[in-house]
Design a protein around this ligand. Structure first.
Ligand SMILES: Cc1cc2nc3c(=O)[nH]c(=O)nc-3n(C[C@H](O)[C@H](O)[C@H](O)COP(=O)(O)OP(=O)(O)OC[C@H]3O[C@@H](n4cnc5c(N)ncnc54)[C@H](O)[C@@H]3O)c2cc1C
Length: 297
């Protein structure tokens, strides 16, 4: 499969990249790790006249603590994120999710920004970031604006980004109460596969560790975009350990009710829904057992 000829420019910094997008218009595509873009160019589903590489734009490759938030640059690779001490300490669910992306070769070059901008409904970083109420920072030559990640995805493969805009960074509030989370991914093979279903489950407790004060469930691969399951979350919030464990089957069914999966060559819609049911319960049990004291009622 040959790639159609295109012009190439390696941006030296963010400003240079944004100028390119402004000057050359919708025919330009940015290249981060290239693990999605190059395949799309080979399959001729994306045919850019000009490609602007971001690989020299070091200012977009970082993870840092800032006030009550953690900020992740769009060019941070999945490998770097999976090993990051700050993230492992405060939001290990995200590390777990990105460590399941592709193979180590893919994780070493593929970026979190590319994963979100490619906007696959099954993007593995999306469900945990949704469950963490992440916000995205969008940049163009006029400046920057922030929006909730939940508004960023507009459909399969589409986002709120205009052709002259870049995803610059991701902002997440650090949990300020005891918290735990996990990400469970169903895939066809043990090694390298997109998720058929991905469930991110994040919860916080009161200081005494007796009841859940916040529950967030992110779902991937089961709707046109990654989604949250608000009704299921509400059913579990405020409950003590044994109450949560009892309520989980109903909450899992409520989570299934917000899905709109498709049947394709990889799995049927019915199978995907059945697995959401199983995985929400499984993820919930794991998080609740890690968080809440045993012996409560
Ligand atoms: C073998 C293989 C296995 C894979 N396994 C998984 C998996 O298990 N889970 C999973 O979720 N994904 C998987 N993927 C998909 C892919 O690796 C990820 O989506 C990856 O994170 C994309 O990042 P990238 O840096 O390579 O993006 P690129 O390919 O460089 O870019 C992807 C798209 O986003 C745009 N873009 C990139 N960065 C920005 C930015 N900062 N601002 C605006 N637009 C931008 C590009 O123009 C392009 O349209 C796999 C891919 C392969 C080839």
């Amino acid at each position: 499969m040959r790639i159609r000829p295109f012009e190439y420019h390696a941006a030296v910094n963010l400003e240079d990249a944004l100028s390119e997008l402004d000057e050359y218009g919708p025919g330009v595509k940015v290249l981060a790790g290239g693990t999605d873009l190059i395949l799309a160019m080979k399959h001729k589903t994306i045919l850019p006249s000009r490609v602007v590489s971001l690989h020299k734009v070091g200012e977009m490759d970082f993870v840092r603590k800032e006030n009550s938030t953690v900020r992740i640059g769009a060019l941070a690779t999945h490998f770097a994120l999976s090993r990051n001490a700050l993230l492992n300490e405060s939001m290990s669910m995200l590390c777990e999710a990105v460590s399941l992306i592709g193979s180590w070769q893919i994780r070493s070059i593929a970026t979190i920004g590319g994963n979100l901008c490619n906007a696959s409904p099954a993007a593995d970083s999306a469900a945990p970031l949704l469950a963490l109420d992440a916000r995205v920072v969008i940049a163009d030559r006029d400046g920057e604006k922030e929006m909730p990640l939940s508004s960023f995805f507009t459909g399969p493969g589409t986002t709120a980004l205009a052709p002259n805009q870049l995803l610059k960074e991701i902002v997440i509030e650090r949990p300020n109460a005891p918290s735990a989370g996990c990400y469970i991914k169903l895939m066809r093979k043990k090694a390298v596969d997109l998720s058929l279903v991905g469930v991110a489950f994040q919860a916080e407790t009161d200081r005494a560790g007796e009841k859940l004060t916040r529950v967030a469930i992110g779902l991937g691969g089961v709707a046109p975009t990654p989604i949250r399951a608000p009704e299921a979350e509400a059913m579990l919030t405020g409950l003590k350990r044994n109450e949560v464990l009892k309520a989980l089957p109903d909450a899992a069914r409520a989570a299934v009710s917000v899905t709109r999966p498709i049947s394709d060559i990889r799995a049927s819609a019915e199978y995907r829904q059945a697995m959401v049911d199983v995985y929400v319960r499984r993820a919930g049990e794991r998080v609740v057992n890690a968080l809440l004291k045993t012996g409560g009622n």
